[in-house]
Design a protein around this ligand. Structure first.
Ligand code: UTP
Length: 484
């Protein structure tokens, strides 16, 4: 059958519902997906129809019109961009007092069981290319613990410290949900009570070629991709997580991305500032390493708090400086947020409005002859929502600066910048800093990395303060130290 000549009457189906979906596909000019219909088994035909049934064709049509056919009509001009007010890293006494006060409020929120953790782990990890969920990567410097184990131990340690329950919700996507859940089961949930760990899958969107046609993975399936970390807000509602949170009395969600190895789970001072300001969604920020670092920044765009992607900043904006010589737009976005449950509810109720962003990529698929191809050039458009687009709906936010070396080291690439190697080194360096703080001599090399290996389990100490209470300060570092 030649796709161009296909008629929907040629696609024999079992019932009216199947017939309807076939008609819909034809009416949206995507009938090429039935090119091999007569070669498919009944099961394969059903699978294809099931996949097609899940597509929101109206949304797909909008995306095609906006991003494929009307490429030049997008992105209205930004009129103003200003740096936001930031809660600084406490340096002087009054800042330290404020931080201590905030911390008490945060301690209370955690202690009374109103805080949950949401970890987003639904991404494909294409740059890393590990073919397994990022959370299952072996990462700790001595014990070889996985990313998930480190997060789990932080949550466990927090629950012990506050004598409370901190429910943990992990967002996966269809491509990695089973592997993720199996990993937790095989590892007995890393000592957490499985009743307090939940998984929920995010939505997917079809991937299209650069002419707006659905790409196919096989003769009976289309290519789909997760709908971006912004899909968390939708999935929290659709998968019943918000209801579960309400039943448990959760008010605040600590959101982080699975690949940040240094994440400080549910930082109490951050919570305290957020709660006392009556904020609804609050980002942490870290200093950019240099004006050209390719990270989004947090700024006030046209009067609204927003995250501005690196590519959207002009060269002048990237290099603009304050009178004291510091970068004007220097607050990078490590993708750490506090979100109130009622805010996530409201954003869903007032019909969900996060925009979709297009990413043009090389996506394996089958060609017109049904042969698998691995393209060397970009051949496909994927669409994703970004969590930070919710910021402008929050009404009230606080923005808190934190020390980058203490809280942000993501695993994005297999090697070089932001890789498993840099993540391990950043853990070692942070532990070295904690140890130095309690008087242990820690040698460093010429670029400032600790010479040697250190691992401190979250179950031993969650931060420098806890380390101080526990450690024998006469300890001598001889190149390897493992505190579990
Ligand atoms: P990234 O944008 O870095 O994507 O996601 P990624 O999938 O990890 O890696 P690449 O871009 O394919 O190489 C940042 C975080 O957001 C999560 C990821 O799991 C990661 O924790 N994420 C991303 C989702 O949960 N869902 C998505 O659809 C996209």
């Amino acid at each position: 059958m030649i796709a161009d000549k296909l008629k929907h009457s040629e696609i024999k189906t079992e019932n009216d519902s199947d017939k309807l979906i076939v008609e819909k596909v034809f009416s949206h000019k995507q009938e090429h997906v039935f090119r091999w219909w007569n070669d498919l088994t009944i099961n394969e035909q059903e699978n294809l129809l099931d996949q097609l049934r899940l597509i929101d064709f109206t949304l797909l049509q909008d995306l095609i019109e906006k991003h494929i056919e009307g490429d030049n009509l997008t992105s209205p001009e930004t009129t103003t961009l200003e740096p936001p007010d930031i809660i600084p890293i406490p340096q002087n006494d009054s800042q330290k007092t404020r931080s201590d006060e905030a911390r008490k409020i945060g301690d209370n929120a955690i202690g009374t069981g109103t805080v949950a953790v949401v970890t987003v782990a639904g991404g494909l990890g294409t740059r890393l290319g590990a073919n397994r969920p990022k959370g299952t990567l072996t990462i700790s410097p001595i014990m070889g613990k996985s990313v998930f184990q480190l997060h789990a131990e932080k949550i466990k340690a927090m629950m012990k410290k506050y004598d409370t329950v901190i429910p943990w919700y992990i967002m996966t996507s269809l491509n990695n949900d089973e592997m993720t859940q199996n990993f937790f089961e095989e590892n007995l949930f890393f000592g957490l009570d499985s009743d307090n760990v939940s998984f929920f899958t995010q939505g997917v969107l079809p991937v299209i070629d650069l002419q707006g046609k659905l790409l196919m993975d096989s003769k009976s399936s289309i290519v789909t991709s997760p709908n971006g970390h912004g899909g968390t807000l939708l999935a929290l509602k659709e998968r019943g997580i918000l209801s579960n949170m309400n039943e448990r009395g959760i008010k605040h969600i600590f959101y982080h991305q699975v690949d940040n190895i240094l994440i400080k789970i549910a930082d109490p001072a951050y919570l305290g500032y957020h709660i006392s300001a009556g904020a609804k969604m609050s980002p942490k920020v870290v200093q950019k390493t240099d004006p050209e670092e390719k990270v989004g920044i947090v700024g006030i765009r046209d009067g609204h708090l927003d995250t501005i992607e690196y590519s959207e900043l002009s060269k002048e904006e990237r290099h603009a400086i304050n009178p004291d010589g510091s970068l004007k737009f220097r607050m990078g976005n490590p993708a750490i947020y506090l979100l109130d449950v009622d805010f996530v509810e409201n954003i869903n109720e007032s019909h969900f409005t996060l925009p979709y962003h297009k990413a043009v990529k090389k996506v394996p698929c089958i060609d017109e002859n049904g042969c698998k191809i691995k393209p060397s050039e970009n051949n496909a458009a994927k669409f994703e929502m970004f969590i930070f687009d919710a910021l402008k709906h929050a009404g009230k936010s606080i923005i808190m600066e934190v020390v980058r070396e203490d809280e942000f080291s993501p695993v994005k690439n297999a090697e070089g910048k932001d890789s498993p190697d840099t993540a391990k080194q950043s853990m070692i360096n942070m532990f070295g800093k904690w140890l130095k703080g309690v008087g242990v001599e820690i040698p460093k090399d010429e670029v400032g990395n600790v010479k040697g290996t250190i691992e401190i389990s979250p179950l031993y100490a969650l931060d420098a303060e806890e380390l101080k209470e526990k450690i024998d300060q006469k300890i001598v570092f001889t190149g390897e130290l493992n505190l579990q």
